[in-house]
Design a protein around this ligand. Structure first.
Ligand SMILES: Nc1ncnc2c1ncn2[C@@H]1O[C@H](COP(=O)(O)OP(=O)(O)OP(=O)(O)O)[C@@H](O)[C@H]1O
Length: 268
């Protein structure tokens, strides 16, 4: 367990967080006493083997899953109060999933505008904002298309646009490009870094890829398998902006090797 309790005014504070699913003999501890703080605008990856509680941690921060013990604060507000979600605390938080989850009967721009429609933003304003953000993520010219006409990479762009359309302060990404081919994934990761830096959004990415976590992040949180816990929080020293050539350098490959060793040792 790594305790990181040094920031005076963290954007996100996770303290003593434990999540147990079920009861008795069938109980599964998905997260055990996790502690972590994040600065505003920081990019963190959660890296760990399948089933080590990464998605559960994101879902608790998003207000979709109630913790068993401990809590999460976003900008000083607890997400969960007495087992109930505080909507004011989750308002600045947006989540993107591995599957795009777009509605086929709506256009791309209408899908992107959905969170604004739910927030009762008027039609003209929400469509204007949706079109703007479509342009930011490389969907210019596809706003009026059906999502069924898009490639997998384009659908994930639309999904990212929908996550960003509310101007979130915290962006949660659950393996957003995990199902895409390597080249598309590289392109989208570069664009993601750029978009996150420009929006100054605090980002948590769940990934299985060690190289992806090292390339994108300011810090990598290495998680151990069950009982799920934080093994280490590793600072990534590479300057920004970063390009794909970074991945060919000896420094990058050494860092990836050392993260891999940590993960392997943690699994033993
Ligand atoms: N709703 C649930 N009910 C019971 N057990 C659950 C539930 N959600 C998750 N779990 C269990 O909690 C553990 C952590 O699951 P979680 O999905 O958070 O892991 P993960 O690290 O995101 O896995 P993956 O990388 O495969 O997506 C797993 O053992 C899983 O089976």
């Amino acid at each position: 367990m790594t305790a990181e309790t040094v920031l005076a005014d963290p954007e996100i504070r996770i303290s003593g967080l434990t999540k147990i699913f079920g009861e008795g003999q069938g109980a599964v501890t998905a997260i055990s006493n996790a502690n972590l703080e994040m600065r505003q605008g920081e990019f963190i990856s959660l890296l760990g083997p399948s089933g080590c509680g990464k998605t559960t941690l994101l879902r608790i921060i998003a207000g979709l899953e109630v913790p068993t013990q401990g809590g999460v604060e976003v900008r000083g507000l607890p997400i969960w109060v007495g087992g109930k979600r505080d909507r004011a605390a989750t308002r600045p938080v947006s989540m993107m999933f591995q599957e795009a989850r777009l509605f086929p009967w709506l256009t791309v721009a209408e899908n992107v505008a959905l969170p604004l429609r739910i927030a009762r933003v008027g039609q003209a304003e929400r469509m204007a904002r949706a079109r703007d953000i479509c342009a930011t993520v490389g969907l210019k010219g596809f706003e009026d298309a059906s999502p069924t006409a898009l490639s997998g990479g384009m659908r994930q762009r639309a999904s990212l646009a929908r996550a960003l359309v509310t101007d979130p302060q915290v962006l949660l990404l659950d393996e957003p490009f995990g199902a895409l081919d390597a080249m598309t994934r590289d392109t989208l990761n570069l664009e993601l870094m750029d978009v996150c830096a420009r929006a100054k959004v605090t980002t948590i990415l769940v990934t299985h890829s060690i190289a992806e976590s090292a390339f994108l992040s300011d810090r990598v949180v290495v998680l151990a398998p069950r009982p799920a816990r934080i093994l280490d929080v590793v600072d990534i020293p590479f300057a920004r902006p970063r390009d794909l050539n970074l991945q060919r350098t000896a420094e990058f490959q050494d860092l990836v090797a050392s993260l891999r060793t940590q993960m392997t040792e943690g699994a033993e």
